[in-house]
Design a protein around this ligand. Structure first.
Ligand code: C2E
Ligand code: MG
Ligand code: MG
Ligand code: MG
Length: 292
């Protein structure tokens, strides 16, 4: 552990010469303290079938309820913890917390698949599977097939032998994988063949400009083609408007996640949202078209 934090301190220092070692130590202490005081929470963002209106799952996204700074977003604190044992502690807390939530929802008859994000460093640990299994066993009331793991396409490819082995072991437990931010990495056909992930998540940067930029549209079409060829599920991230959705439906992609559907919400709010939500009439109208 000392070695890990030592290495990390060096890296942190390297990234920003102005941050003193003392400031870094203070920061790590603050994060450890936040874990101990349960200041981290998971928000949930729905994933839907735009055609049928079915809610197919939710992604759990971490936030830090900081006593002074208010709600702190993950990209404002996770990158500083990269390759630090704290990121593993947070990662394990995320798995626990998501499983508890799945269990609570299961109890009221709401069997919703929930995905969590796992960073490469946590996945690279030799004891990842042992620890992951132990967490699943601690939640024996939860159906493991309701848990999905998202990993960045780029991280999966970095260490393909190890990651594909983990995917296989998880698969045997009923836990499936999704390749996150898909299209931003190498997306090589060979990698896809070797990675037993069930789902590709098209990165939101391509959705963002798909209506204006033919290159982004081409990338989306390419990912959809790959997904079909490799029999993967595919979901579009960052769907912000009805037109994004319509364009995706026209391309044959009906699964979506984004602010145009809902922002990430605390769990109680999520349930209210589920009660109230209806897909846009124009998306629904797509359902009634004669399939060609
Ligand atoms: P991600 O896994 O790709 O998650 C999607 C991010 O896009 C989330 O940001 C989400 O709030 C945001 N988003 C969703 N729909 C839209 C949209 O329509 N437009 C735009 N502009 N953004 C949208 P968030 O929650 O800030 O998380 C950012 C990243 O931080 C995540 O990207 C993920 O890589 C990482 N992250 C979040 N929670 C965790 C966690 O629990 N563990 C780990 N290891 N990483 C996490
Ligand atoms: Mg994700
Ligand atoms: Mg993503
Ligand atoms: Mg991302």
């Amino acid at each position: 552990l000392a070695k890990q934090s030592g290495k990390n301190s060096y890296r942190f220092f390297d990234l920003d010469q102005n941050v003193s070692l003392q400031a870094q130590r203070d920061y790590f202490l603050e994060v450890a303290n936040a874990l101990a005081h349960k200041e981290f929470v998971l928000y949930y963002q729905p994933k839907v079938n735009m055609k049928t209106g079915e809610i197919i799952g939710a992604e759990a996204l971490i936030r830090w309820e900081h006593p002074q700074k208010g709600l702190v977003m993950p990209l404002s604190f996770l990158p500083f913890l990269e390759n630090h044992s704290l990121s593993i502690e947070i990662g394990e807390w995320v798995i626990h917390s998501a499983l508890s939530q799945i269990g609570q929802w299961q109890k009221i008859g709401f069997n919703l698949p929930v995905s969590i994000n796992i960073n490469a460093y946590q996945l690279q640990q030799n004891d990842f599977m042992v620890r992951f299994k132990a967490i699943l066993e601690a939640h024996s009331d939860v159906d493991p097939s309701l848990l999905e793991v998202e990993i960045l396409e780029t991280s999966a490819v970095e260490d393909i032998v190890h990651v594909s082995a983990i995917m296989q072991s998880c698969h045997a437990l009923g836990v499936h994988f999704a390749l996150d931010d898909f299209g931003t990495g190498y997306s090589s056909l060979t990698y896809l063949k070797r990675l037993p992930a069930k789902t590709l998540k098209i990165d939101q940067s391509f959705i963002h400009d798909m209506l204006d930029d033919p290159d982004d549209l081409a990338i989306i079409e390419g990912v959809l083609g790959l997904a079909r060829a490799f029999r993967k599920n595919v979901i579009a991230e960052g769907v912000e408007s009805v037109d994004h959705g319509l364009c995706l439906l026209a391309l044959g992609c009906e699964f979506a996640q984004g602010y145009g559907i809902a922002e990430p919400m605390p769990p109680q709010e999520f349930l209210f949202w589920v009660e109230a939500w209806k897909p846009d009439a124009r998306w629904m109208a797509w359902q009634n078209r004669v399939p060609n």
